[in-house]
Design a binder for this molecule. Sequence first.
Ligand code: ATP
Ligand code: MG
Ligand code: MG
Length: 352
Amino acid sequence: AKTIGIIGGGQLGRMLAMAAARLNFRTIILEPQADCPAAQAANRQIVAAYDDPAALAELAKSCDVVTYEFENVPVSAAEALARDVPVYPPPKALEVAQDRLVEKRFINECSIPTARFHAVDSQSELDTALKDFGGQGVLKTRRLGYDGKGQKVFRSAADSAEGVYAGLGGVPLILESFVAFEREISVIAARAANGTVVAFDPAENVHRNGILHTSTVPASISEATAAAAHRAAEAILTSLGYVGVIGIEFFVLADGNLIANEMAPRVHNSGHWTEAACVVSQFEQHIRAVGGLPLGNANRHSECVMQNLIGDDILSLPEWLKRRDTFVHLYGKTESRPGRKMGHVTVLTGKA
Ligand code: ATP
Ligand code: MG
Ligand code: MG
């Protein structure tokens, strides 16, 4: 059997390994944390840092292809691997997605609109950039932010920016113009090595405390907006020569126009619903793409709502398990902490 290497051992790696096993692939996880969610599902784990040269050499030697489950894989590690074994998605996708400034420029080069933005590398650049946006905007660290961490929202010119540059760690930042969106959607799409692109229906996403709470499908958007989201995804995938699944987040304006927010070069939390409401899930689609199998059908047989089980949400597990309309997926984490993703449920709400 072919062996797929997966860098990262979280729940996304776990779900990729499960999908891979069903298609007769072996999996090897590279993850420094020994007792990780993916370890229970993979055939083997290499316990080492993501950029450990010996571990990368071992992965390259033991795998037919290497993929990853998080976007902060060191680009140098992905490039080093790519000299010895195919790495999908291509390392270029990591480079773009790791830095919000590079990402926005790239998305604009694909003729897709984003919020306006300024690079901010000092307090005085922050003051100037805020002035340009009338005192409003969303300030973010360029790198390593997730679940809304490393961000500060300026709602009006009355919000003081004093000390904010240092407060966010004195690292490179980006100030984005504030987008008064009507709703948020995401598209999960896949591209095969032969250039075929397949996309799932957009999901409508609601966040709570900066963390994804629910993804609802279908989203309350027009067919034209859905088609525009699919076209944008295809343009991004094609431009990157991408192989695998990508998740792209958009803001939907009142007129139905789209503003791209960010992209994740991997399977995405807002695509978890696909395992319950589609014949082929995002996880299987990714394994098919990187494993050189034909892409599957992305049609939906059901309408649904995916809800994350975060922290103490897991206490409601017995109730979820009683329901006949609900797909339950747990991540094998024994200890619940505030903000920690413990699992998710997908409620099937009707036929598609
Ligand atoms: P994720 O966990 O999805 O990776 P993240 O930490 O990378 O999140 P973003 O997705 O960039 O952060 O922003 C988090 C949320 O903040 C968005 O889903 C949206 O609700 C809001 N937001 C971000 N940027 C803007 C903006 N420019 N204008 C208005 N709201 C925004
Ligand atoms: Mg993000
Ligand atoms: Mg986001």
